[in-house]
Design a protein around this ligand. Structure first.
Ligand SMILES: [Zn+2]
Length: 288
């Protein structure tokens, strides 16, 4: 039940009813629009109890759900973006960076490092969508490329969780170059016969889809994640046709052979553990 109250005093007939939603206890689901109990959502790994929609979560929350507790050895956390083009639109790029840092507590839109999942060592990269839409700045591309190389040096699998609007327009061509750089690094990882598991979360679009996200040996996605290159309006106007229902959502992509599996958030860690065991060619270790 939603805790909301209204009152009307006789002297103010014109005043609208006052609706108060108890702050913090209840949240509205972005998908089914139901008001749901926050604690229940948190318990389910930030998934709507009514419709199973996985809410967007931060990179830190993702890591907490996926990797073995306390196993992250973060790398390249000190790499920070410059403003090579002196870019300004409605705001200066430098100011946008500053407020993104304050908002997220991160230096850039990706966290990378060594970690363990079900005791298997891995290199992991997680995009932070709240940092300028998880856009791929030069530093983001550099951190990912270094993480890929680290997986090669350590001889461990690579896992990247994407949540991104694509290239960072404030860095122009320098951002686009990250697509080639990360793709080339992944090619070398493949030549070294090391697996790369890509996990697509809501939303994964633009240059990130067109590079790292879709180059996985295994590509997983969360339910109902928006996954695409250009937005639906642009595509619809280009091909001059209405788009089919569910277009650019995980389930649609799975049906059309673009993904290997759509995995509920609560099953993601166990799925990864099994995949890592498969690639390691040994049975999964017992759950600690
Ligand atoms: Zn819902």
């Amino acid at each position: 039940m939603v805790a909301w109250f209204w009152k009307r005093d006789k002297d103010a007939k014109e005043r609208p009813r006052k609706v108060v939603i108890a702050e913090g206890l209840w949240i509205k689901c972005d998908s089914c629009k139901e008001i749901v109990y926050r604690a229940e959502v948190e318990r389910a790994g930030r998934v709507c109890p009514k419709c199973r929609y996985p809410f967007r979560i931060s990179a830190r929350e993702r890591l907490a759900l996926l990797i073995d507790e306390g196993s992250l050895e973060e790398r390249d956390a000190g790499l920070v973006s410059q403003d090579p083009l002196g870019f300004k639109d409605t705001k200066r790029y430098r100011d946008r960076l500053k407020s993104a840092k304050e908002k997220t507590g991160l230096e850039e839109a990706v966290i990378s490092g060594l970690a363990r999942i079900g005791a298997f060592p891995v290199v992991v990269c997680v995009f932070e969508f709240e940092f300028m839409g998880g856009s791929m700045a030069s530093v983001v591309g550099e951190k990912i490329a270094r993480a890929i190389e680290l997986a090669g040096v350590k001889r461990v699998p690579l896992i990247i969780l994407s949540a991104s609007g694509g290239a960072r327009m404030q860095e122009g061509i320098l951002s686009l170059m990250q697509m080639a750089k990360t793709a080339a690094a992944l090619q070398r990882l493949g030549e070294e016969r090391l697996p790369y598991i890509s996990i697509l979360t809501d939303p994964t679009t633009g240059g990130v889809t067109a590079s790292v996200a879709m180059l996985g040996d295994v590509i997983l996605a969360e339910p109902r994640a928006l996954i695409g290159f250009a937005g639906p309006r642009v595509i619809s106007e280009t091909i001059r046709q209405p788009l089919p229902e569910g277009f650019q959502r995980s389930e649609f992509l799975l049906e059309h052979g673009q993904l290997d599996l759509v995995v509920e958030r609560r099953d993601l860690k166990e799925t990864l553990r099994r995949l890592l065991a498969f690639f390691a060619d040994r049975p999964p270790l017992p759950v600690p």
